[in-house]
Write a protein of this length. Structure first.
Length: 336
């Protein structure tokens, strides 16, 4: 336990890093298949089948990262888990209902009689919308320090809309990668429209965090930190400009650069996450509990870490394997 120094320091840091990595991977991976569901009303029946085919091999594995993140929060930071889940009980419950509805609709739309397919398509859209809005609302309240006031609730509602638009944007970039022809052209139009929501969402969270916390304001806007942190917003702005220019130039001959919008969007999400992580560190519950105060005993964390070292490579392995096996364009949806 003392190999890397004081176990009461490095073990909480290790688990905070694992939890953050799990959340980031979840937002990027399950974000695009939630976005596909949000975009369902704008597609034809044939296009919906192709959109489902594009996420079919991945969506279940993508949600594993959410389970891992919440599991780490529970076992490594139980005090924080109690505070966060108690405050966010209602949106968490709505998110779970949405995820369950999505899973049921995903399976039933392929097995139900044709006359009921639209019902399950509607259920898939509603479930995706519920999960996306709930996650956005929780993010907004977290940024506001988990305080329940009319202003924080309004900010949570605004963040819910922006995160849903961001999910639809990454979903559209995924379809640019996986689709062809008219559906790909439609996905490009969806992405062009959705990029404005991503810009507004990033701007709202970036401005709100320093507003609600003088500590976060000082971390970003004092010297010399300001010089070291300036590349983050500058690179983010550059990625947005690059995305906008790229989307205006697509589609290209031989489907060139069709993967670039999705890759750039993941890079943009990653930069936004790094900025948030820096802002709130070392707190796991904003302005209340640090990761060191909320952590389990070092002996418990060490046992959990040993188990994690076995489980995590398996999760990474089958996630990578599924994306390698089912790479390329989405094919016709068949269940026979």
């Amino acid at each position: 336990m003392d190999t890397f120094g004081d176990p009461s320091i490095w073990l909480p840091l290790a688990f905070a890093g694992l939890m953050g990595l799990s959340i980031l991977i979840y937002v990027c991976l399950d974000g695009f298949d939630l976005g596909i569901g949000v975009l369902f009303p704008f597609a034809t029946e044939a296009e919906k089948d192709r959109m489902v085919a594009s996420i079919g091999p991945f969506w279940d594995a993508n949600e594993t990262w959410l389970v891992l993140a919440i599991g780490i929060l529970l076992v490594a930071f139980p005090t924080a888990h109690g505070v966060i889940l108690t405050t966010l009980y209602l949106p968490v419950a709505l998110m779970l209902v949405g995820l369950i509805l999505r899973g049921v609709a995903f399976e039933f739309r392929a097995k139900a009689p044709a006359r009921r397919k639209r019902l399950w398509d509607l259920s898939f859209w509603i479930g995706s919308l519920m999960a996306s809005l709930s996650q956005g609302f929780m993010l907004g309240l977290y940024v506001m320090g988990l305080n329940m006031t009319p202003f924080t609730l309004l900010f949570g509602a605004i963040t819910a809309v922006f995160l849903t638009v961001a999910y639809s944007f990454i979903g559209a970039t995924w379809m640019i990668l996986k689709a062809e022809g008219e559906l790909q052209a439609k996905a490009i139009r969806w992405a062009r429209d959705g990029i404005w929501g991503v810009i507004l969402g990033l701007g709202a969270i970036s401005l709100a965090s320093p507003y609600v916390s003088s500590r976060i304001f000082d971390k970003w806007f004092t010297l010399p930190e300001l010089y070291f942190l300036a590349p983050l917003p500058l690179i983010s702005a550059g990625l947005i400009l690059l995305l906008w220019g790229l989307l205006r130039s697509l589609p290209r001959k031989n489907d060139a650069l069709c993967a670039a919008p999705f890759a750039l969007t993941i890079a943009l999400f990653t930069l936004g996450f790094i900025g948030m992580a820096y802002s709130f560190y070392p707190y796991v519950v904003p302005e209340r509990l640090t990761i060191f105060e909320a952590a389990s005993a070092p002996e418990s964390l060490m046992i959990i870490l040993v188990g994690t070292l076995f489980v995590l490579p398996m999760i990474i392995g089958y996630t990578v394997l599924s994306y390698v096996i089912f790479r390329g364009k989405a094919t016709e949806l068949r269940y026979d």
